[in-house]
Design a protein around this ligand. Sequence first.
Ligand code: PGA
Length: 254
Amino acid sequence: MAAARRPLLAGNWKMNGLSTSIAELARIIEGFDAALSARVDLLVCPPATLIAAFAERAKGCKVAIGAQDCHFEAAGAFTGDLSAEMLRDAGASAVIAGHSERRAGHGESDLLVRAKAEAALRAGLLAIVCVGETKAEREAGRTLEVVGRQLAGSVPDQATPQGLVLAYEPVWAIGSGLTPTPADVIEVHAMLRAELARRFGEKARATRILYGGSVAPRNAAGLLKAAEVDGALVGGASLKASEFLSIAKVYLET
Ligand code: PGA
C-alpha cells in the first residue's frame, strides 16, 4: 500500500542557518541525483530569511524549498509575521504547521494550527501538519487519544492528499536521540490513517504520513521502511548534506 505513495523527506532547519549555508544546500542538490529523485521527494525548510535565496538556488532542481510556519491571514497588521502567500511569493512550496516547538513555545492550539493549514492550502502551499504526544502522555497510555485529538482539531475539512501531509512527531523523540520502536510508529500511523479514512473516505489512502523525531542515518532504515510510514520530517540530521542524503538513500535499498 505504501508503494502507492511517493515518500517525502522534509528537512526542518529550525533556527539554524546564515547566508553562507547556501553551500550546504548546494551539496544537498548535488547529491540528490537521478536515482534518488526517482524514489523520494526532498524538501528543505530553512529559516524564513533564507527561503528566497534557497529557492533561487534550487530553481530547476529536484529539491523543493519550504517554510517552518506561517500566519493564517493573507496580509495585515501582524508585526513580525509572514503569510502563506508571502512564503509562496518568496519561492516556498510547502509550510510546516503546528510543530511541537510552536505548539509548546508559542502556545499554538489545534484551532490555530488548523487556520494555518487552511492558509497554506489557500496559498497553494503543501501543509505539513504535525501531531505528537509528550513523554508524560505516552507513559500514561494516552498517545492515541492525544494524537487523534490533534488530528481532528488541526486538519482542515478541505484537506486533500495533494495539499496536506501529516507528520507524527513524538515530542519526547525530537532532538533527544530517542525514537519509538517501528511497532509504536506503525500503531500511531495506522490510527491516523484510519481516522483520515473515516473523515475523508477512500482518498485518505493517498495522504502521506511522515515520522519525525531523531531520524538519523543509523536508525532511518528501521523507521522509514515501517508500514504506513511515507517519509520523515528530519531536524538535526537535515543540516548536513551527507547525513540528510544518507537518510534518503534508504529508499535505494529494495
Ligand atoms: P530532530 O527534529 O530530527 O532534530 O529530532 C525533528 C523535528 O523537530 O522536526
